[in-house]
Design a protein around this ligand. Structure first.
Ligand code: AGP
Length: 612
């Protein structure tokens, strides 16, 4: 996610803005910038640069800006590569306004087209710049906040913005809908920020803006209204987090914060990809022609680690929904195989970072053989996306924890959407059936929230098993990949040997492992193979294995065999991996923290394996 900092007061804004941006670096970004009102000229000056904040510091060192009202931004690119032109702040045509933005404006293309028709000249490829020109369009003989309110009412999507105007230099305006924004309350100075770390050096008095609120800050104080201009009374809270805690939004670790972000990530992805009225699925960067996708004969998924497990789920859904033969292999094997692929093959490369060396090598092999490459990726402008024919961005925001959590469920969500998109263009599913699937998919974020409401119980259950020396994870069909992913999560953050297995394979060896010193995590949610899972659990129970079971609410059979049960809401089997993932992540997290492991930076691991 991007970072916003705004300042209005009696001190020089530049050093305060830069210090605030540095406190937001942990959020991940690929460019930064700031804008300051120059009081002598009543104009706005902007400095911005791709790359690290140090590049911006060098810029302002050579050409400093003096003024006491300004805004600043670190950008995590979603629309438009990380370039100087696309970095924030963005201006209106006359350079009278400057604006920074977090979030995604889903209807920016149509707004931009209309504004261009009305004579507005754009300098960037971003969705953000549209907001600056929209405010300009209304900003005649009305105060800035009124023009902002008129503009944001036309936006669809998520936003938190900060705006300054050379015409009203004693004002800083903010607004939020779907993306956090706070006010830092000081003495004869006030701050705007995407979250608390940016302002804690100056004040711990914070006002958290709620959905659809507009903030108008001056040196002396602030006002908050709703989007219709009606005043809203807000309370100031004193937060006692230190900077490190604040960067995790109060969570103990980034991994726990990112586990809890998943309902929002999935919801934002669904909202940005499914048109509300028509239920049609769209991918703005997916440039492989529909005619090509209608004629592919087979699919080959290539990925590593957690992304590979997402791909395994993808194989199940692509074959069961689209009846397209789908192979999958880990990138490090795929790249050395005698690949029987060609122009009739679609290769789907899944990678959070877009920089995994083996996956890149696999994609290059695939392209040599004439296959089309679709990447599912979280980092805009990453190497993988630049070498793909089509891209589906997961827009999960930067994933700071090395163990992948929100990126995994975002990859799954992208795979479901792509599967239904393929089924639509290949006339495999009726519109009614697709609508039913999308209806069920849209319910997932709320169902994930229900699971997260139980995380304290899951934590207690996990800690009761944290002393055990090894774990076995068992699942069937679409939750066999879930078992693999659950085992990987535990391994990488707690260093406990853990193995994921197809439950039906237990009799072919692993059953020899079952004893009272080992926990067996069984994924036994409602499915066509539920009774088979119950049999597996009975076999484990009769050998005194320690059973942890993930079951659907209302389960009657498994609960007779073990008291260590985690309930998930009942969903169609096809969507269960999106729910099962959360308890598996929480089990790994709480066992690892109980054992004193560094869950955000596990030993020996890198967030992106850019070497072979
Ligand atoms: C996941 O928890 C691991 N950190 C790791 O397996 C990761 O999924 C793998 O390295 C692939 O990374 P990528 O998605 O960036 O390509």
């Amino acid at each position: 996610m991007c970072g916003i900092v705004g300042y209005i007061g009696d001190r020089e804004a530049q050093p305060i803005l830069l210090a605030g941006l540095k406190r937001l670096e942990y959020r991940g970004y690929d460019s930064s910038g700031l804008a300051i009102i120059l009081p002598k000229k009543n104009s706005i000056s902007i400095r911005k640069s791709p790359g690290k904040i140090s590049m911006l510091e060098r810029l302002v060192k050579n050409k400093p800006l003096s003024g006491s009202v300004g805004i600043a931004h670190t950008r995590w690119a979603t629309h438009g590569a990380p370039t100087q032109a696309n970095a924030h702040p963005h201006e209106d045509c006359r350079g009278e306004l400057a604006l920074v933005h977090n979030g995604i404006i889903e209807n920016y293309e149509e707004l931009k087209a209309q504004l261009i028709k009305e004579g507005h000249a754009f300098r960037s490829q971003t969705d953000t710049e549209v907001i600056a020109h929209l405010i300009e369009k209304f900003y005649h003989d009305i105060p800035l906040e009124e023009a902002v309110r008129k503009a944001i009412k036309l936006l669809t999507g998520s936003f938190a913005i900060g705006v300054i105007s050379a015409r009203e230099p004693a004002k800083l305006v903010g607004a939020r809908s779907g993306s956090p924004l706070i006010i830092g309350v000081g003495r004869n100075e006030n701050f705007l920020a995407s979250d608390a770390p940016a302002v804690l050096a100056s004040t711990k008095e914070i006002v958290f803006l709620d959905e659809n609120e507009v903030a108008i800050l001056s040196r002396e104080g602030f006002k908050v209204t709703d989007f219709d201009g009606q005043p809203v009374s807000k309370k100031t809270v004193r937060i006692n987090w230190d900077i490190a805690q604040a960067q995790k939004n109060g969570f103990a670790h980034f991994m726990l914060k990112e586990i809890n972000e998943q309902p929002r990530v999935v919801e934002n992805l669904l909202n940005s990809r499914i048109a509300q009225e028509t239920n049609s699925i769209n991918f703005e960067e997916q440039h492989i022609p529909a005619t090509k996708l209608q004629n592919i004969k087979n699919i080959f998924i290539v990925a590593c680690g957690t992304a590979y497990h997402a791909g395994l789920v993808g194989k199940y859904i692509l074959e069961s929904v689209c009846a397209i033969p789908t192979q999958i292999d880990v990138s490090s094997e795929f790249r050395y195989r005698d690949l029987l692929i060609g122009p009739e093959t679609l290769v789907v490369a899944i990678s959070q970072s877009g920089e995994t060396a083996d996956t890149l090598a696999g994609v290059r092999e695939a392209k040599k053989r004439g296959a089309s490459v679709l990447s599912i990726c979280n980092v805009l402008g990453s190497t993988l996306t630049r070498e793909s024919d089509g891209i589906i961005y997961t827009h999960a925001g930067p994933e700071i924890g090395v163990a992948s959590t929100k990126a995994y469920t975002a990859q799954l969500t992208a795979l479901y959407l792509f599967t239904f998109y393929l089924a639509e263009i290949r006339d495999i599913l009726s519109p009614a059936k697709i609508s039913k699937y999308l209806f069920d998919l849209r319910r997932i974020p709320k169902q994930q929230e229900l699971i997260l409401k139980e995380q304290n119980n899951i934590a207690r259950l996990a800690r009761r098993h944290s002393h055990l020396g090894s774990f076995l994870y068992l699942g069937r069909k679409i939750n066999y990949p879930s078992a693999l992913e659950g085992a990987l999560k535990l391994k990488e953050v707690s260093y406990i040997p853990a193995e994921g297995y197809a439950a039906g394979e237990m009799k072919h060896g692993p059953i020899a492992l079952i004893d009272e010193y080992r926990a067996v995590v069984c994924i036994a949610s409602a499915s066509k193979v539920y009774e088979k899972m119950v049999s597996n659990i009975q076999e484990i129970h009769s050998r005194h294995g320690k059973i942890i079971a993930i079951v659907s609410s209302g389960d009657k059979e498994v609960v007779e065999l073990t008291r260590e049960v985690i309930y998930i809401p009942k969903v169609e089997e096809i969507f269960s991996p999106l729910l099962v993932a959360l308890p598996l992540q929480l089990i790994a997290y709480h066992i690892a923290t109980k054992r004193g492991c560094d869950v955000d930076q596990p030993r020996n691991l890198a967030k992106s394996v850019t070497v072979e």
